[in-house]
Design a protein around this ligand. Structure first.
Ligand SMILES: [Zn+2]
Ligand SMILES: [Zn+2]
Length: 343
C-alpha cells in the first residue's frame, strides 16, 4: 500500500468500496463486517452489517426502515468527531443530501480522501448544508453528470406549483417524491413559501414525515389521505411516492394534477413518459455546475466518479488538470428516479 496511490488502499471489491488500512467498507451493497454508511437511502444503507458506523440520524433511519436487519452493532458518529479505525482516522462531514447524510473523510499517512456519498450544494431546510473538506482524493457522485443538467432555483419551482394550486381550486395536486428526504424537503419549501393549509400524505410517506418532525423539522399540519373524503382534498397538495402517480390509488383524489419532483424533469420526454402534468425540477443531487464547483473547491488532485454518468465528468476533470477515474460500483440505483418507498 502506497499512501499517494489511492487505489492501493481504497478500492472496490465485490462488497463495495473498501478501505484496507481501516478494514471497513463505505456504503457496501451487501452485508459485511464493518460498514460506514453515508445516509439512509436504500441503495446505501443495506441490511445486516455486523458493525455500522453512521450519523445518529442515519442509524435511526436504518432502524426505522430495516428494523431487525438494521445491523448488529451501531456506532454513532457525530459530525466532525474523529474515530480511529485500524490505522486510519475517520470523520464525517455534512453532505446536504437528506437528513443525517454525511461525507466520509479518511486520513492515512498524510493523505486525505473524501467519499462524498450523495450530495447537493443548495440550502435545504431539512438537513445540514454540504461542507467543503479540502482533500487529496475526492470521490464524487455523478447522478447529473452532464452539462444539460441544471436544476432550477427551488423557490421558482415551488412558486409554479402554488400558482397552479391557486388556479385550480377544484383539483388536488398530487406530488410524487421519494419518501426519505425529497418528500419532507418539498413540504418544508412549500411552507417557506407561505402555504400553511394542511398537506395530505399517502400512507407510505407518513412514518418518515413523523420522524422528521420528531427531529425538530417543522412540516406544518399533515393529514392522512386514508379515510379522507374526496371533497376535503380539493384545492390541496397531496404527497405520495412516485409509483402512486399512475396508480389506482390516485382515483380517490379530486381530479389530480400529477406533479413529479426530480432533476430528471429537465428532460421533457421523461415527464411525458410518466404522464406528469406539472414537472418540478427539484433534486437532492448536485447538478452539473455544483459538481464542477465542488470538485474545484476540494482542491483534490485526483477525483473518482461514481453513481451515474461518469464519462462526461471524467473528461471535464481531466480538462481541469486533475487525474480522473470512473469507479464502477455495483448495486447503486438512480434514486432521483426510483421509488424508495420503504417507510
Ligand atoms: Zn441518496
Ligand atoms: Zn445514491
Amino acid at each position: 500500500m502506497t499512501p499517494e496511490q489511492f487505489e492501493t488502499w481504497l478500492y472496490p471489491d465485490e462488497t463495495g468500496l473498501y478501505c484496507a488500512p481501516g478494514a471497513f467498507h463505505i456504503d457496501p451493497h451487501r452485508a459485511t463486517e464493518t460498514a460506514i454508511v453515508t445516509h439512509g437511502h436504500a441503495d446505501h444503507a443495506r441490511p445486516s452489517h455486523k458493525h455500522v458506523y453512521a450519523s445518529p440520524e442515519t442509524l435511526a433511519i436504518m432502524n426505522l426502515r430495516l428494523v431487525q436487519q438494521a445491523g448488529q452493532h451501531h456506532h454513532a458518529m457525530v459530525s466532525g468527531e474523529v474515530v480511529t479505525m485500524g490505522d486510519v482516522d475517520v470523520w464525517l462531514a455534512p453532505a446536504g443530501h437528506v437528513l443525517g447524510s454525511m461525507q466520509v473523510v479518511i486520513e492515512w499517512q498524510g493523505q486525505r480522501a473524501v467519499v462524498s456519498g450523495d450530495y447537493k450544494r443548495r440550502p435545504d431546510p431539512t438537513c445540514a448544508s454540504f461542507e467543503v473538506v479540502p482533500c487529496d482524493l475526492f470521490v464524487t457522485e455523478a447522478t447529473f453528470g452532464l452539462p444539460v443538467f441544471r436544476h432550477e432555483p427551488d423557490d421558482r419551482e415551488i412558486a409554479r406549483l402554488l400558482t397552479s394550486v391557486a388556479e385550480q381550486p377544484e383539483r388536488a395536486h398530487l406530488i410524487g417524491a421519494y419518501g426519505l428526504g425529497k418528500c419532507q424537503r418539498l413540504i418544508a419549501l412549500i411552507r417557506a413559501a407561505g402555504h400553511d393549509a394542511p398537506i395530505w400524505l399517502h400512507g407510505a410517506t407518513e412514518k418518515m414525515c413523523a420522524f422528521y418532525q420528531e427531529q425538530g423539522i417543522e412540516l406544518g399540519e399533515l393529514l392522512p389521505v386514508a379515510g379522507a373524503e374526496k371533497k376535503d382534498m380539493a384545492g390541496s397538495i397531496v404527497m405520495a411516492p412516485p409509483s402512486a402517480l399512475q396508480d389506482r390509488w390516485s382515483r380517490r383524489l379530486p381530479d389530480a394534477v400529477t406533479c413529479f419532483a426530480s432533476g430528471w424533469m429537465r428532460v421533457r420526454g421523461r415527464a411525458r413518459q410518466r404522464g406528469v402534468e406539472l414537472p418540478l425540477i427539484i433534486s437532492d443531487h448536485a447538478d452539473w455546475p455544483e459538481l464542477i464547483q465542488t470538485i474545484k473547491e476540494t482542491g483534490a488532485r485526483e477525483v473518482w466518479v461514481t453513481h451515474g454518468r461518469e464519462d462526461a465528468l471524467c473528461h471535464q476533470i481531466t480538462k481541469m488538470g486533475k487525474k480522473a477515474r470512473a469507479l464502477a460500483l455495483v448495486g447503486r440505483e438512480d434514486e432521483d428516479d426510483s421509488e424508495d418507498v420503504a417507510p
